[in-house]
Design a protein around this ligand. Structure first.
Ligand SMILES: N[C@@H](CCC(=O)N[C@@H](CS)C(=O)NCC(=O)O)C(=O)O
Length: 256
């Protein structure tokens, strides 16, 4: 058996997504946390700085959606990208990559004063990162500012319509999510879980599990709650890659 390593920050939605692909397939892997203030120290010089990086034996690849297809090539059981649903998956995957996942960074975008809400969130993110790769106190203190300056977030901001308020954007994206879920049971109205479900699921639950959100807000909608329950059946109790000892809320209880 080749060694399988997933490099990345536990706070990255893309890393959580690839992590869930691996968990769903039941593949034994090692999560290698990357230090965000010195990514090369872990990734070396060849791999660049973008995570997730999935390494299987001697080969490594970036791009979380490509990881699903690569894993299917090597481990065909429990396909993440079943070819009979290719068109539907490609369509929704584009929405997930271009809209849903980028919207997670909306709070870190913009100019002017940093809101207290975003500051608390960023400090908690720094604490979660520090559980794996301890960050110096001054770095943690300035994490809200650091996130705002991160080039990949600034790049995303350029593709986004920042004239839409964050609240309006969240409402719009939630209703698009419901449309994509359709009649279920899985994303796209599909009869089996795919990469789409595992790209979205960890993003909806992790903030609650790790103390960034007081309530599991997504579960407030009965259709989404039923879908969360269905997807959770295919994953371990903590499918997020964040250190277990940082968990403050039980997902199983919230989904009861
Ligand atoms: N399209 C990529 C996006 C990955 C991405 O944006 N990763 C961020 C972390 S959330 C990153 O590594 N940023 C630092 C960098 O690009 O140097 C994927 O799906 O894997």
């Amino acid at each position: 058996m080749q060694s399988i390593k997933l490099y990345g920050y536990c706070t990255s939605p893309y890393v959580r997504k690839t992590g869930c692909f691996l968990y769903y397939k039941g593949i034994d892997f090692t999560h290698i946390p990357v230090n965000p203030i010195d990514p090369h120290a872990t990734l070396g010089d060849a791999k660049g700085t973008q995570v997730p990086v999935l390494e299987i034996g001697p080969e490594w690849r970036r791009e979380s959606s490509d990881h699903a297809r690569w894993l299917d090539e090597l481990f065909p059981e429990k396909p993440l990208y079943p070819l009979k649903h290719k068109d539907k998956i490609d369509e929704i995957d584009r929405w997930i990559s271009d809209t849903f996942l980028t919207s997670i960074f909306r709070g870190a975008m913009g100019e002017g004063d940093i809101s207290l809400q975003f500051r608390f969130r960023a400090w908690r993110l720094a604490a979660l990162l520090s559980a794996h790769t301890p960050l110096p106190e001054n770095v943690r203190h300035l994490w809200p500012e650091q996130l705002r300056k991160a080039p990949f977030i600034q790049h995303m901001a350029k593709q986004m319509d920042l004239s839409e308020s964050q609240g309006d954007m969240q409402i719009r994206i939630f209703s698009e999510l419901l449309e994509h879920l359709g009649d279920g049971p899985y994303m796209g109205g599909l009869d089996q879980p795919t990469m789409l479900d595992f790209a979205i699921f960890p993003q909806l639950v992790w903030a609650y599990m790790f103390g960034l959100e007081e309530h599991l807000s997504a579960a407030g909608h009965p259709i989404v709650k039923a879908w969360l329950r269905r997807v959770f059946e295919h994953l371990p109790d903590n499918p997020t890659l964040v250190a277990d000892n940082m968990q403050v809320n039980s997902l199983a209880e919230a989904l009861r």
